[in-house]
Design a protein around this ligand. Structure first.
Ligand code: GCW
Length: 688
């Protein structure tokens, strides 16, 4: 192998190859390393070679940065030519990959591209070194691919250390301070780079007292994380409290239009960049669920976001401002309010007022990460605003990493959704910056992270597939979830040396491919959402939220179920969508079955497009869902002795629990609706 070029991330590439050679044989040379290179010669590595001098012996693989040094002679003539019809710039993170005359070549114009090119080869595996491959350019579709950790430095009395974390304690913070396990943090950076993630925010969006200080007197801890993650091309962001000028700066106000407040943010941000020159920016949850915000001062979200954006702009930073804003103290009796409307009502009127380095971060659905929601109407409503779509890799509402639930098919449905109807752009197109009628800004894909200090990273070993799939879909939102799962399987489970080589792959597909829909079958039906236990959001609690202040109701009575969100007779939420969706969702006949109860209150006898009544659908899917979980568990059993014992045991333990919990869901939901409606199951199965 020859690694050619200079820079921190080229050093990382070199170190990766050194490590691979140490493990598997082979030899690596380095050329044009340049004075900036800090790479110490390691086992298996030859010292850097002067420019132009050929590597000794045949070279199988060249990873080379183009310019300022000439490409090494080991690059076969022709390998450096642009692919036919694609001679555009590779950008900061893109790369060319080809194989010519028996030499595999990766070329990039910037060091990060070389690192992504290396991980691309790892994904190709042996295929990277067989036959010739025409040159192909790879570039990320989205510029920022970001994970948000909801980690607290200190253990929080109600939420534990990681809010909605299901993988042990925080990977970043331990015992009120930084996590001393630096190897683990480096390994995390490496893992994220291999999926394509390039930005991370390292503390909870609910910013408590200790965590607020990460911005000021605890900044060294953040700088340390930035140092550990930088070699993998990952920029560090911070969640900040909007009240920081008061709680940290001692000012009497945090009013965004007050000069003292502006000066405080400018100066504080200047200090952050003096310490962390490539700092990513701030993430803010404001005026939501008790977090402070500009509303206290009679200012709006644009005033608030632009204040921080101004402080960050001169340093190249961005502010991610969350659109997850709603009244969490409402009266359930008041039928005039609809939580689904809130994000649009707050933000759509502000379109055009946000600074260019504000990214409005919108949850994919209008309510809150339910297993089934329509895509948020905010995406179509804000053409003049840079957007991020926020997904939830951590499985708050999808089984909390006790249930196997592969989420990439859900995310792909969101990314493939066409906010203005076919044939207009998809959500993925919008984020990728494909221009529409109005010039469009590109956006980000963001997700709440699912990693903690757990031995298997994610609690459930199969939940790693979600982390992997998030990174891959953020790099290329047009990828097929099943193909992404294949990549993950191949990278994660070595082919068994004895027995059927296809067994692992087939089993994992059987367990995971349909697991999100299976989860949907045994939980809340037809998009109605929020039938979870309010204490912790795990397991059933059919009426748990029905008379609460949170705004998430299903309105089941003896005659029917669902939320009337029509313009004609309901909350008017359907009017937040442009055509054709405003009409499709308005009509119970045209509304897709899986969203029917999100948009309509219908009688139990209402006949779905599938031909069955709503009540029979509820019974059928709940019995089917449990059967499917049983089948998943049996399938997994066949991998005993084939995959690592520790992994096998952990997954088996979780599938047992998934089955127990699915049965609980089935019986509570079926019994609830049987008692409400009095309609028996047409197939006479046991309901309590
Ligand atoms: O899904 C809800 C969670 C809260 C979370 C909030 C948010 C960080 O239940 O725990 O708070 O969303 O997204 O801000």
């Amino acid at each position: 192998v020859l690694v050619h070029g200079a820079g921190l991330l080229v050093d990382t590439v070199f170190a990766e190859v050194v490590r691979a050679c140490a493990g598997h044989g082979g030899r690596v040379d380095r050329s044009a390393a340049g004075p900036s290179s800090a790479a110490a010669p390691e086992h298996g590595a030859a010292p850097p070679r002067p420019e132009g001098e050929p590597a000794a012996g045949p070279v199988d693989l060249v990873l080379a940065l183009r310019g300022p040094h000439p490409l090494p002679p080991a690059v076969p003539p022709g390998a450096a030519a642009a692919p036919a019809g694609d001679d555009g710039p590779l950008g900061d993170e893109g790369f060319l990959s080809t194989r010519v005359d028996g030499v595999t070549v990766v070329l990039a114009d910037a060091p990060a591209g070389l690192l992504y090119g290396l991980f691309h080869l790892v994904r190709l595996g042996e295929a990277a070194f067989t036959g010739d491959r025409p040159a192909r350019a790879h570039r990320p579709a989205l510029r920022r691919r970001m994970l948000d950790h909801w980690d607290n430095v200190a253990v929080h009395p109600d939420m534990g250390q990681v809010e909605r974390g299901y993988a042990g304690g925080s990977i970043f913070w331990h015992d009120g301070g930084p996590n001393g396990d630096r190897d683990r943090l480096r390994a995390y950076g490496r893992l994220l780079a291999a999926t394509g993630v390039n930005a991370i925010s390292v503390n909870n969006v609910n910013v408590h007292a200790t965590e607020a200080r990460l911005l000021t007197d605890r900044l060294d801890d953040v700088a340390d994380l930035a140092d550990l993650l930088r070699p993998y091309g990952i920029r560090v962001h911070l969640s900040v409290t909007f009240a920081a000028p008061v709680v940290l700066g001692g000012l009497p106000t945090a009013d965004p239009l007050d000069d003292r407040v502006r000066d405080w943010w400018d100066e504080t941000t200047r200090r952050v960049y003096a310490r962390i020159p490539d700092f990513g920016g701030y993430l803010v949850k404001a005026d939501s669920e008790g977090q402070p915000g500009p509303a206290t001062y009679g200012r709006d979200h644009a005033d608030g976001a632009n204040l921080l954006a101004g402080a960050l702009a001169r340093h190249g930073g961005v502010v991610h401002w969350r659109a997850f804003v709603y009244d969490h103290r409402r009266d359930w009796r008041d039928r005039s309010i609809d939580r689904a409307r809130a994000a649009y009502d707050h933000f759509a009127p502000l379109d055009g007022r946000f600074a260019d380095n504000v990214v409005l971060q919108v949850k994919y659905g209008p309510v809150d990460f339910q297993p089934r929601e329509p895509v948020s109407p905010v995406i179509a409503a804000m053409p003049a605003t840079r957007l991020a779509v926020e997904l939830q890799v951590t499985q708050e509402y999808t089984g909390q990493q006790w249930h196997a639930c592969y989420l990439a098919p859900l995310w792909s449905e969101v990314l493939d959704f066409r906010p203005w109807g076919p044939p207009e752009r998809t959500v993925a197109d919008v984020l990728a910056g494909v221009p529409g009628p109005e010039p469009r800004r590109d956006g980000d894909l963001v997700a709440v992270a699912n990693v903690g200090d757990d031995r298997f990273w994610c609690g459930h070993p199969l939940a790693q597939a979600n982390l992997y799939a998030f990174g891959r879909l953020a790099w290329d939102p047009y990828l097929d979830p099943a193909a992404v799962l294949d990549e993950w399987i191949d990278l994660t489970f070595p082919a068994p040396t004895v027995g059927d080589p296809a067994l692992v792959r087939e089993t994992l597909h059987a367990v995971l491919d349909d697991s999100w829909r299976t989860y949907e079958r045994y939980t809340a039906p037809l998009g109605v959402g929020f039938m979870v236990d309010p204490d912790g959001h795990y397991g059933p609690g059919v009426d748990g939220y029905e008379y609460s202040r949170w705004g998430t109701y299903h309105y089941a009575d003896r005659d029917g179920v669902g939320v009337d969100r029509t313009r004609a007779t309901g909350t008017g939420f359907t009017g937040q969508y442009p055509p054709p969706w405003s009409q499709v969702y308005e009509s119970p006949e045209r509304c897709p079955d899986e969203l029917l109860l999100f948009f309509h209150h219908v009688p139990y006898g209402h006949v779905l497009h599938s031909g069955v009544t709503v009540i029979q659908h509820i019974y059928d899917t709940h019995f089917a869902g449990v059967e499917q979980v049983g089948a998943m568990r049996d399938r997994w059993g066949r991998l005993a002795g084939v995959v690592d014992q520790g992994v096998h045991d952990r997954v088996a333990e979780r599938l047992d629990e998934q089955l127990r919990c699915a049965i609980e869901w089935r019986d509570q939901i079926n019994t609830y609706f049987f008692r409400k409606s009095g309609v028996p199951d047409a197939r006479g199965r046991r309901i309590y």
